[in-house]
Design a protein. Structure first.
Length: 232
């Protein structure tokens, strides 16, 4: 008689343990969970700590998604500076292999009106739900802990870029971080590869923008200081 554990008696944590990479967490998907949080939160304001508590074992991927996705939407100037700092903290912890995220009180106690949070969820949840239907656990080698840590290092670089006031410096890194977040949540190695490609393209694009800014500044300073004489 086989002694293999049945699904009912198997380790309940195996479905969500990062190093296994075999399946995504049980329960509602992130789009459903965010919609539920927006609908039944009991107070007029909702803090980052409130959201993290509801997300439980999906907090890493979900929080990274929450902090990065607003950068894909029209937002007031300076938004990327506010949202970039938590991403730096989260990506650093993912890179060093922490299993649960931690945010300093200065960040975790930040809150926004529940109506504003609900407005973001209404815009994001349908797109996210469509993406979730396409994703599933696959290429499971890329869903293991060493690749999670590589994801953390890559997202750390992208978060620093996002945090800096660089023209066009928020949307490409934010898109890559969103893809990494979904790959982490759904344990989807194919999405991981797509996110890595998006990260490489983002860094190349931002590097080109920064190089162009530096060259333009050098020519401007040279002209102002009279180091470049006009042609006759």
């Amino acid at each position: 008689m086989s002694t293999d554990p049945s699904p009912d008696t198997a380790d309940p944590d195996s479905a969500t343990r990062p190093e296994t990479g075999h399946s995504r967490p049980h329960g509602p998907k992130l789009s459903e969970l965010l919609t539920q949080i927006a609908a039944d939160h009991p107070t007029e304001r909702i803090s980052i700590a409130d959201i993290a508590a509801r997300l439980d074992d999906r907090a890493f991927g979900a929080l990274m998604f929450i902090f990065s996705v607003p950068n894909l939407l029209p937002t007031p100037p300076g938004t990327s500076l506010i949202l970039g700092a938590p991403l730096v903290f989260l990506a650093l912890q993912l890179a060093i292999g922490r299993s649960t995220p931690w945010l300093p009180r200065l960040i975790s106690q930040r809150s926004l009106l529940l109506t504003d949070f609900a407005r973001i969820v209404v815009r994001v949840a349908p797109v996210m739900a469509r993406a979730e239907r396409l994703m599933r656990p696959r290429l499971i080698l890329l869903a293991t802990r060493p690749f999670d840590q590589l994801m953390g290092v890559t997202c750390l670089l992208l978060s620093v870029i996002l945090f800096l006031p660089i023209p066009l410096g928020n949307m490409p890194p934010a898109l890559a971080i969103c893809l990494f977040s979904l790959a982490l949540l759904e344990r989807d190695g194919l999405v991981y590869l797509g996110a890595m490609l998006a990260a490489v393209l983002s860094v190349a694009l931002i590097s080109g923008v920064v190089y162009g800014m530096i060259v333009s500044l050098i020519f401007l300073l040279s002209d102002v200081l009279g180091l470049v004489k006009p042609h006759p």
